[in-house]
Design a binder for this molecule. Structure first.
Ligand code: GCU
Length: 593
């Protein structure tokens, strides 16, 4: 391979701490040796939480004439994994509580391997039992976790039980009331991951924040890999660097490359990156782009960009259930593409990796957040620690996705010292792992100042953020104090601003008076969009908009029997996939951008 032209400034830089790793986490699970444990699992609904006390995870069978067990996982309820339980059985539609999942499995590859159970997500909290022993637990319904089981597995007939609970609690995230369905279950892929004894545990490979020809890479090997050789290759760029791991199993390098095609929505170029060390080899498609803020502009690859975004929940409305597959991702993203978007706000929690990776391939910038949604218990130390863990799990999973543009630390939180300290802690948790993305948070505190006849906001926390995001429902939750085209904004004037939510409800197919909100009509929603778009040109630092929301979605506090019936009807597309009038207005607006 020709090295002459490539000025390798082999800066054997121990970019330590910047990319410190949050706990045991294996990067790029989908690039590993996987045995799928998806499929039909046995299940027991445990309404009164008696299962643990009765040790049902032992799955005991009567031996003699006198003993008997008032449970059995066989011949009972069967649930699909991955999926939520609510959409699988009418009795579970509103179910909130504990459900036990269980299945048996043999291990395909044991010799000289380390073995990890990987869960893409379990909603909301769970305990995991293997062959009758509790081996781990996790809290947070939207981030992955893994448990090493190398020494706990039999070659055949292992019994895996997962005690899943989605009861809302005040110290959780989200907390007691939130505007989406509280789906429960093992909602994403479950794998048995096998690796060599020493393996490539984690790595970060990305283009420098500002330099268009500089790549920074770090690799962390599993314990016991001191002085092991590590090779980083990007064949298409003629890159091959040999490194040696240090006493912490870490190796890092920063090197120049030429002729790199930077990733962008117009050309979402990805390169195959290969990392090898000993018997382990991991490959991944990774894109390279520069991203930074200068003044009130957001720069992608040194050009200011306007974010044409839309939000969606991780839900397939036609199925009234969680999205979890590549096909689901394609359905959601194809609709966003048709609308003319170059960004997606994945609301209000980290969504599955199929959606994130497909969005990157399709050229969508991404905003990802953890569900610090409205009334979180900011004073609670455990809640803070959980939030920190949740945001680090999210970043560890997606830090090599160049499409990831924003880490969102919160949505619609009210100013307080406890809130500020909580969010500041989250920002530090982000920076411990990644400093290359933009930090944001969505606020709903913009108010009209009658004296100054302009919209303003006073929340000093915005100074901690790279980009300020505003949720503002003019024409729905707020009536117009002035005509939309006269609605002037003076909000965070020296920072880039995104309208991260706006919109109103309409029942698909319902026509009515465009000036009457309670018409719940497409006509009213359409006019509301025209009015908001008129206002947007009065926001000097506006650098993006994200209508709320792409599809109608399930929500337990949308009670209007005929117009809502358990659906938030702010979708531009109905629950059956039909585009409302406002969809075309938004599409045409994005055409002008
Ligand atoms: C809020 C919130 C969303 C909610 C929306 C609505 O702004 O962030 O989660 O669905 O308003 O009321 O429709």
């Amino acid at each position: 391979m020709k090295h002459t032209k490539i000025h390798c400034f082999l800066l054997l830089v121990i970019i330590s701490l910047q990319t410190a790793l949050a706990g045991e986490f294996m990067t790029n699970i989908y690039g590993r040796n996987l045995q799928s444990l998806n499929g039909k699992w046995n299940a027991i609904i445990d309404l009164y939480d008696q299962g643990r006390k009765n040790k049902i995870y032992l799955n005991k069978k009567p031996q003699g004439k006198t003993d008997f067990y008032e449970y059995s996982f066989e011949n009972g309820l069967r649930l699909n994994v991955p999926s939520d339980w609510n959409s699988q059985n009418p009795e579970l539609k509103y179910y909130e509580g504990t459900v036990w999942y269980a299945r048996r499995f043999d291990v395909q590859q044991v010799e000289n391997k380390r073995l990890f159970l990987y869960f893409g997500a379990v909603s909301y909290r769970c305990k995991v039992y293997l062959n009758g022993i509790e081996i781990g637990s996790h809290e947070g319904g939207f981030t992955p976790f893994q448990i090493e089981v190398t020494n706990q597995l039999n070659a055949t007939d292992n019994f895996l039980a997962v005690e899943v609970n989605n009861t809302r609690t005040a110290d959780a995230m989200p907390a007691m009331a939130f505007d989406w369905w509280n789906y429960g279950g093992i909602t994403r892929d479950v794998f048995l991951v096998s690796t060599p004894q020493t393996f490539i545990e984690d790595y970060t490979v990305h283009l420098d924040k500002y330099k268009a020809d500089r790549i920074n890479a770090t690799v962390k090997l599993s314990a016991g890999s001191v002085n092991s050789p590590v090779v980083i290759e990007i064949p298409e760029l003629n890159v091959k660097h040999k490194l040696t791991a240090n006493e912490k199993g870490m190796a890092a390098i920063s090197f120049n490359v030429k002729k790199i095609e930077r990733w962008s929505p117009q050309s979402p170029k990805l390169y195959k990156v290969i990392i090898t060390s000993g018997n382990d080899k991991v490959e991944e498609l990774i894109g390279f782009r520069n991203l930074y803020v200068k003044g009130i502009d957001i720069y992608l690859n040194d050009k200011p960009i306007f974010l044409k975004s839309v939000s969606f929940h991780e839900e397939i409305p036609q199925r009234k259930g969680r999205a979890f597959s590549e096909a689901d991702a394609a359905m959601l993203l194809t609709e966003a593409k048709a609308l003319g978007c170059n960004m997606i706000r994945l609301a209000h929690y980290p969504q599955n990796e199929y959606t994130v990776r497909m969005a990157e391939k399709m050229g969508f910038l991404l905003w990802e957040e953890i569900p610090v949604w409205q009334g979180i218990n900011f004073e609670n130390k455990d809640t803070k620690a959980k939030a920190g863990n949740m945001i680090q799990e999210m970043i560890m999973r997606d830090k090599n996705r160049c499409a990831l543009t924003f880490w969102g630390v919160a949505n619609e939180t009210q100013p307080s010292a406890a809130r500020n300290e909580f969010l500041k802690y989250l920002i530090n948790c982000c920076h411990e792992i990644d400093t290359t993305r933009l930090l944001t948070s969505a606020f709903d505190l913009v108010r009209f100042n009658k004296e100054k006849t302009m919209f303003e906001m006073n929340d000093p926390f915005i100074k901690e953020l790279d980009v300020v995001a505003i949720n503002k429902y003019m024409g729905w939750y707020h009536s117009w104090p002035v005509s939309p085209d006269k609605a002037v904004w003076n909000v965070a004037p020296d920072q880039p601003l995104i309208i991260s939510e706006f919109g109103g409800e309409a029942l698909y197919g319902q026509s009515g008076d465009e000036n009457v909100a309670s018409s719940w009509s497409e006509d009213y929603q359409a006019k509301l969009y025209r009015d908001n778009i008129a206002m947007f040109s009065n926001i000097p630092n506006l650098r993006g908009v994200s209508p709320w929301v792409l599809f109608d979605f399930r929500s337990p506090f949308r009670f209007h029997p005929t117009n809502q019936d358990g659906w938030n009807r702010k979708g531009l597309v109905s629950d059956q996939g039909f585009r409302k009038k406002a969809w075309y207005i938004m599409r045409d607006y994005y055409k002008t951008k």
